[in-house]
Design a protein around this ligand. Structure first.
Ligand code: NAD
Ligand code: DAU
Length: 331
């Protein structure tokens, strides 16, 4: 099977490529990635000779048409992915996430191929801390930030193309991923690399916000399960019952890295900051048998910390750039 992986030089996409090289060696992979600040070809170094890499944008109509014509399946990870950046400058999110998805859908429709669209639980907005409910596939979309609104827009385009044109598509909405090769702008790698450089962790606001953490390999195994066993036209929520508030995550990182429990500081909160995400992944588990391998976030975090400790060359330049932006934002 020929598989076109968009965003394959980013965090989740590169881990998808590395993992499926092992688990699905018969897949012929092409990566399409614009190599924005978040894309890093070094993440694919180990499998560089075993795939075709194309540098370009999913919003490039002619390029997308040509690549989709020559594939069986598109797995669409490419996106602008960071909430803080979307609050600073929304336009790149509209172009990559909405127009890029539209271009792919039109090419997939024209050439009668299949697409799996990767999305986020943030499209559902947020939950109160004491809400007994979790997000399900029938939760209405209610996004809070320009990022999540752009992802919700893309999801609605995919659903419309399924209904109106019978497009062969599946969708998944996953919770917060962690693991190796995540950009240092994100919460966990920012704190881990900061501690490695002697900088205190930075907690937005009071730190009571809850995220439903999942290891990136578990996310990607779920994507493969949906591609192979999911029903066309359906949406699947992916989550590993990993709810933790930000204070708890910082406490665990500090403990694992041998620092005192109070060695962190509070910084400006994110405007519109979602309070809590929580996923009910019952449909995915029932239909595919998928179950997360990382049941214990402590073990997953220890593995992630070891990776950042061993790969300073991968992150040190981008950390310096990223921290300049955070300094400007007071975060
Ligand atoms: P990332 O920012 O690490 O990687 C995004 C990749 O897309 C980068 O390699 C970048 O160069 C590329 N890209 C950006 N714009 C592009 C364009 N116009 N054309 C081609 N490539 C482009 O993001 P990530 O965390 O790996 O997220 C991947 C996908 O998973 C996104 O769709 C995101 O919404 C979704 N998602 C992420 C999480 C999470 O916790 N990180 C959770 C659920 C869903
Ligand atoms: O839920 C899935 C989403 O998870 C994905 O769609 C996004 O692409 C991904 O970036 C992530 O979004 P969040 O906004 O939840 O992730 P982020 O890593 O930016 O922040 C996680 C939490 O940590 C959030 O409550 C904000 C907080 N935070 C973040 C940073 C960078 C801090 O307290 N301090 C920080 O320095």
């Amino acid at each position: 099977m020929k598989v076109l992986v968009t965003g394959g030089a980013g965090f989740i996409g590169s881990n998808f490529v590395l993992r499926t090289r092992q688990t699905r060696p018969d897949w012929e992979l092409t990566v399409l990635d614009a190599l924005t600040y978040a894309g890093n070809r070094d993440s694919l170094a180990a499998v560089e000779d075993d795939l075709t890499f194309v540098e370009g944008s999913v919003a490039d109509e002619a390029l997308v048409d040509r690549l989709v014509a020559d594939t069986d399946l598109v797995v669409h990870f490419a996106a602008e992915s960071h909430n803080d950046n979307s609050l600073d400058n929304p336009w790149p999110f509209m172009e990559a996430n909405i127009i890029g998805t539209y271009r792919l859908l039109e090419a997939v429709r024209k050439h009668d191929k299949r697409i799996h669209h990767i999305s986020t639980d943030e499209v559902y907005g947020d939950l109160e801390l004491d809400d007994p409910h979790r997000f399900t596939e029938s939760t209405p979309v209610n996004p809070s930030s320009p990022y999540s609104a752009s992802k919700a827009s893309a999801d609605l385009l995919v659903r419309a193309w399924v209904r109106s044109f019978g497009l062969k598509a599946t969708l998944s909405n996953c919770s917060n991923n962690y693991g190796p090769r995540q950009h240092v702008e994100k919460f966990i790698p920012r704190q881990v690399t900061g501690i490695l450089e002697g900088v205190m962790p930075k907690l937005y606001g009071a730190g009571a916000n809850v995220r439903d953490w999942i290891h990136v390999d578990d996310h990607n195994d779920a994507v493969v399960a949906i591609v192979e066993q999911g029903r066309l036209g359906e949406t699947y929520l992916i989550g590993a019952d990993g709810e933790q508030n930000n204070r708890e995550i910082i406490a665990l990182i500090l403990e694992l890295m041998g620092k005192p429990a109070d060695w962190f500081e509070h910084v400006n909160d994110r405007p519109g900051h979602d309070m809590r995400y929580a996923i009910d992944s019952g449909k995915l588990r029932a239909e595919t048998g998928w179950t997360p391998q990382y049941q214990d976030i402590r073990a997953g975090l220890a593995q992630t910390i070891a990776w950042y400790t061993d790969n300073t060359d991968w992150w040190s330049t981008s950390r310096a750039e990223t921290e300049k932006t955070y300094q400007r934002l007071g975060r």
